[in-house]
Design a protein around this ligand. Sequence first.
Ligand code: AP5
Length: 218
Amino acid sequence: MNLILLGPPGAGKGTQAKLLEQKLNMLQLSTGDMLRAAKDKESEIGKKIKLIMAEGNLVTDEIVIELISENIDKSSKCAGFIFDGFPRTLYQADALSELMSSKNQSIDLVIEMRVDDSQLIERIVGRYSCKECGEVYHKVNRPEQKKGVCDNCENIDGFIFREDDTEEALRTRLFNYYRETSSLVGYYYAKKKLTTVDGLLPIETIHDLLYQATKNNL
Ligand code: AP5
């Protein structure tokens, strides 16, 4: 069972991927997380990635496809993959389809998370995550239960904000979503893989919907 979560920045892809991963023994493959790890290395490519991401632009197809391919190869003992933030272009979607076929696998389900653009800024500028385990929070919608302590790993060493979570970078990210990624909704609809959920519902309600849809495909 392989699932793609599709949606604009702040739609809730990462939040839902983590919840599903914990329940279904699936593995979240987030190209954003992979790139954030790569940009922190002091290499030339790391520096280039850092700049592109800070501005909210897309990293090249070649780099992300290679990252995804490496991570699929490293992880065989799971019930399936949850692709979060990948694919983001038609080229990446075709490449993923070929990659899956070469491993006798396929994409079984694509869930589009639909959220009004006006809500995204509030979500993005209020987001922070645990320095240690990456658990995602929101100042208003999902604060940690005990102030200063991560609910997931109990870290008390602090939380971090993402460099690209500014209003200006978000506008570029959103522009890139509509220019490069949103056509994938039609692409997967035509392939009969698409389901749409209302991303404005509460986190737990969306999780229940995604859990049922995913479980029905397992
Ligand atoms: P990436 O890390 O993938 O970021 P993104 O797609 O912009 O998505 P986000 O992580 O911002 O949002 P999300 O949908 O995961 O929302 P979340 O669950 O955190 O990519 C970053 C950059 O990397 C890109 O700009 C690009 O440069 C590069 N990149 C990555 N993949 C690439 C690719 N394939 N090709 C080329 N370049 C690539 O939720 C957001 C907030 O809202 C949180 O605070 C959360 O608590 C809250 N929230 C979530 N759900 C709800 C809800 N239902 N109600 C209320 N609040 C909610």
